[in-house]
Design a protein around this ligand. Structure first.
Ligand SMILES: [Zn+2]
Length: 291
């Protein structure tokens, strides 16, 4: 089994033709690893943009890629993707979060009229894998590549990041540091129809407490000081797609706002809880009732 770790750089380009923005890929960078996760082959190609004639300032600032470099490459998307297909072969594709696969599909749809990546056999979302392998618990924030590398004590140059090849190489180093064959199996997807349905499913926050997917038994908070169960002191209200209520810990006399999000994912509901300080107005009211 070979593992191909891919990273893409892309530019948000307005297509006059389609009257919409397209994330046009401008760079492919990838490494191929053997079963011991040694890098055995590399891939790095720039693409001359066909949709937009200019680069967004944040893309040039982040990547330091210039339009001249892209033009000099004389590569088209179609040319680079066919080279990459050969590079990938029957190997497993890994990317840091699934956004690069979605962008690849978007470019496929734009240039070829079909978004199924027919050459793809197996896929792993390396970000999800690393989060699990590290026991990363922060559901509100995804684990960034440089944060992951930092946690693993891997050395890298901060200003060399955001170039496709460097990011792919660093992703491969994280993968090697966290490799467990059994754990990997749980994250390995066969790229069948279900894979595409899962990939393109848009997660959303449930905004109705009567929704059958809302687990009422999750709607409690423990005090962030003593860890004991806090008392709910108000009704639940909905704000910014999270359910919020006032809580008090009787032991610590601590008042806080408990915020809970039920995120509907493809095949499960993720429960995200956060403790915040009470809004000033409510705090005053609580202080008054307390005194
Ligand atoms: Zn407490």
């Amino acid at each position: 089994m070979q593992y191909i770790i891919l990273d893409l750089e892309f530019n948000s380009a307005y297509s006059k033709h389609r009257h919409k923005f397209v994330n046009e890929i401008i760079e492919f960078g990838a490494v191929k690893c053997d079963e011991q996760l040694n890098i055995i082959e590399t891939f790095s190609e720039l693409i001359k943009p066909q949709i937009s004639k200019k680069l967004n300032s944040h893309v040039s600032a982040l990547t330091h890629i210039t339009l001249e470099e892209l033009k000099e490459s004389r590569n088209t998307f179609s040319h680079v993707i066919s080279k990459f297909r050969k590079f990938l072969g029957d190997g497993v594709l890994l990317t840091w979060s699934n956004s690069d696969v979605l962008v690849l599909m978007e470019n496929y749809r734009y240039f070829f009229g079909n978004d199924k990546l027919s050459f793809l056999k197996y896929y792993v979302n390396l970000q999800k894998y690393c989060e699990c392998a590290l026991g990363y618990q922060d559901k509100a924030h995804q684990l960034g590549l440089s944060a992951c590398a930092g946690m693993l004590g891997l050395r890298f140059e901060e200003n060399s990041l955001h170039r496709a090849y460097n990011d792919a190489e660093l992703s491969a180093a994280c993968f090697k540091a966290l490799y467990h064959s059994e754990l990997l199996e749980a994250f390995l997807y066969e790229c069948n129809d279900d894979f595409y349905r899962r990939l393109t499913f848009k997660n959303y926050n449930i905004c109705d407490l009567k929704d059958p997917h809302v687990e009422k038994k999750e709607m409690y908070f423990n005090c962030d000081t003593c860890g004991k169960r806090a008392l709910r002191r108000s009704k639940w209200r909905l704000k910014n797609r999270s359910f919020r209520a006032h809580f008090r810990c009787i032991r610590c006399r601590r008042d806080f706002e408990g915020r809970i999000i039920f995120k509907q994912c493809y095949d499960h509901v993720e429960v995200i809880k956060r403790i915040a300080e009470l809004p000033p107005k409510d705090k005053r009211r609580h202080d008054e009732t307390a005194s």
